[in-house]
Design a protein around this ligand. Structure first.
Ligand SMILES: Cc1cc2nc3c(=O)[nH]c(=O)nc-3n(C[C@H](O)[C@H](O)[C@H](O)COP(=O)(O)OP(=O)(O)OC[C@H]3O[C@@H](n4cnc5c(N)ncnc54)[C@H](O)[C@@H]3O)c2cc1C
Ligand code: SF4
Ligand code: SF4
Length: 415
C-alpha cells in the first residue's frame, strides 16, 4: 500500500450523537449545531442548493436531469494511461493531482486508507501532487471528511478541492458560503450501499476463506462483482451468485438505504461508472466542472454514452424484493439451476449504459420510500425531496398528503 500522505490533520473531536448520520464531520466541528442546516438526513433543500451551485435547479424537461441532477453534458471516459491502484482508470485522482500541480488549489481534502486496514477511509488534506497516489481506490465505510475544513482554514488554505461522496458534498455545499474559502472545487463520486468498515469485513469473509487477501472490489455495470487478490489473481462473480441473502437485515444502515442522492448532484463534476458500460461516466454539471475536465487535456479519452434495454422490469423485481425484506420476509430466492442462466442473460438483455444508471437511481428512490415508511415515517416528509416522487410513481408509489411538505410540487415533473 502507498504511504499515508504527509499532510494529516490535527486530532478530531468526538462526533455528536445524531439519529441518522454518516459522520460527515460537521458534528465534530466547532459548531455541531450546524448539522441542523447542513444535513441531508434532516431537511435537505436540493432545489435551492442546485440553483445556488449550478445556476439552476434540475429541469426534468432536459434529458436525464430528473434522474441525475443538473447537467451540462455527460461523457464516457477513461485515462489513456490508467493508474494502477485506482478504482477505475483514476480520473478522480489525476484531476486532483493536476489541481495541485497547476497551483489551482492549495490543498485537496479527500480520503486515504488506514495504514492497518486498507478498507477503512481516513480523511486527509493533501498538499503535494505525489501524495494523491495514496488516496486512490474505493474504501467502504464512513469517515469525517469535513472535520478537516476548519483545520484547512487555520492552515491558511484559501483555494481548496474536495473529493467526496454525496452525503459529504451535501453538507459541504449547505455550509459553503460560511466557510470562507476563496475558491472551492468539488469532485464527487456516486455512492450507494455503503456500510461501516466493520460490517464490510463481514461481507468480505463471505466471499473468500482469506478475506485479508482481497485488495479490490467493485460492483460493475455488467452485473458482476470484480474481486482482486494480493497475489494478482482476479475473480468475477455474477451478482446473482453473491451471498447477499446471508447478510443480516441491518447490514446497510438506514442512512444508506434512504439516501436520495445517488449521483452527487451538488458536485461540479461527478466521476462514476454506472452509465459507462465498462468505462468511467462523467457528469459535468457547471463551468467549474468543465475546468476540471480541461485540466486533463489529451490524457483523457472520451466517447459517447450508450443506452440499451428497458429498466421497468428490473426495477419492479427489485421493488418486490425490497418490500419482502422490509417486511421481514426472506428475499425471494431464485433456484440454483436458474442462476447461471439469468446471470448470463442480464448483461446481454438487461438495462445497459444510461438505462442501467436510470434503473439504479429509481431502485434507490424506491428503497428510500419503502424503508422510510416502515422505519422512520415521520422523517419522510422532510427527507424526501420533491424530485424523488416522480421517479417512483411509475411503480405505484405515491405520496400521501402527510408525506409531502405544503407548497412542494411532488406531483408534477413526471418524465
Ligand atoms: C462507498 C462507495 C460506493 C460507490 N458506489 C458507486 C456506485 O454505485 N456507482 C458508481 O458509479 N460509482 C460508485 N462509487 C464511485 C466509484 O467507486 C469510483 O470511486 C469512482 O468511479 C472514481 O473512480 P476513479 O478511478 O476515478 O477513482 P480513484 O482515482 O481511484 O479515486 C477514488 C477517490 O475516492 C475517494 N474515496 C474512496 N473511498 C471513499 C469513501 N469511503 N468515502 C469517501 N471518499 C472515498 C478516494 O479518497 C479517492 O479520492 C462509489 C464510491 C464509494 C466510496
Ligand atoms: S451533517 Fe454530517 S455529522 Fe451532522 S448529522 Fe448529518 S451526516 Fe451527521
Ligand atoms: S449511500 Fe448515501 S448516505 Fe450512504 S454513504 Fe453513500 S452518500 Fe452517504
Amino acid at each position: 500500500m502507498d504511504r499515508m500522505p504527509d499532510s494529516v490533520a490535527a486530532p478530531m473531536a468526538d462526533p455528536a450523537h445524531r439519529t441518522l448520520c454518516t459522520d460527515c464531520g460537521i458534528s465534530r466541528s466547532s459548531d455541531p449545531q450546524r448539522c441542523g442546516r447542513a444535513c441531508q438526513f434532516i431537511q435537505p433543500d436540493y432545489a435551492g442548493l442546485e440553483k445556488r451551485v449550478h445556476g439552476r435547479a434540475r429541469d426534468p424537461a432536459r434529458g436525464d436531469e430528473q434522474h441525475f441532477g443538473p447537467l451540462r453534458r455527460m461523457l464516457r471516459a477513461s485515462l489513456r494511461a490508467p493508474s494502477a491502484g485506482a478504482q477505475w482508470s483514476g480520473i478522480t485522482t489525476r484531476i486532483a493531482e493536476r489541481l495541485l500541480e497547476s497551483g489551482a488549489v492549495d490543498a485537496v481534502l479527500t480520503m486515504s486508507a488506514d495504514p492497518d486496514d486498507r478498507w477503512r477511509p481516513v480523511p486527509v488534506l493533501v498538499t503535494q501532487a505525489k501524495d494523491m497516489a495514496a488516496c486512490r481506490g474505493m474504501r467502504m465505510g464512513y469517515a469525517p471528511l469535513l472535520s478537516l475544513l476548519e483545520p484547512a482554514r487555520e492552515r491558511g488554505f484559501k483555494r481548496l478541492a474536495v473529493i467526496g461522496i454525496p452525503c459529504q458534498v451535501y453538507a459541504l455545499r449547505a455550509l459553503e458560503q460560511e466557510l470562507g474559502f476563496e475558491r472551492l472545487y468539488v469532485i464527487g463520486t456516486p455512492c450507494s450501499d455503503n456500510t461501516t468498515t466493520e460490517r464490510f469485513h463481514e461481507f468480505l469473509a463471505l466471499l473468500s476463506d482469506q478475506p485479508e487477501t482481497i485488495t479490490y472490489l467493485e460492483f460493475r455495470a455488467d452485473y458482476h462483482v470484480e474481486i482482486r487478490f494480493a497475489d494478482g489473481s482476479r475473480r468475477s462473480v455474477p451478482f446473482l451468485q453473491l451471498p447477499l441473502s446471508r447478510l443480516p437485515s441491518d447490514f446497510f444502515p438506514l442512512t444508506c438505504r434512504t439516501c436520495v442522492d445517488y449521483t452527487n448532484v451538488l458536485a461540479d463534476l461527478t466521476v462514476g461508472y454506472m452509465g459507462g458500460q465498462g468505462e468511467q461516466w462523467l457528469l459535468v454539471r457547471n463551468e467549474r466542472g468543465e475546468e476540471l475536465i480541461a485540466l486533463l487535456g489529451d490524457e483523457l479519452r472520451t466517447s459517447a454514452l450508450g443506452s440499451a434495454g428497458r429498466r421497468a422490469g428490473a426495477v419492479k423485481g427489485f421493488l418486490a424484493n425490497v418490500e419482502r425484506a422490509a417486511g421481514g420476509l426472506p428475499l425471494r430466492r431464485m433456484p440454483d439451476w436458474l442462476r447461471p442462466i439469468v446471470g448470463w442473460l442480464m448483461p446481454r438483455v438487461g438495462p445497459r449504459g444510461l438505462e442501467f444508471a436510470r434503473a439504479r437511481v429509481e431502485m434507490k428512490a424506491v428503497e428510500t420510500v419503502i424503508h422510510l415508511r416502515r422505519e422512520a415515517p415521520r422523517k419522510l416528509r422532510n427527507m424526501v425531496p420533491p424530485h424523488v416522487w416522480p421517479l417512483v410513481e411509475p411503480y405505484g408509489l405515491k405520496p400521501a398528503s402527510h408525506e409531502v411538505r405544503a407548497g412542494s410540487s411532488q406531483s408534477v415533473n413526471c418524465s
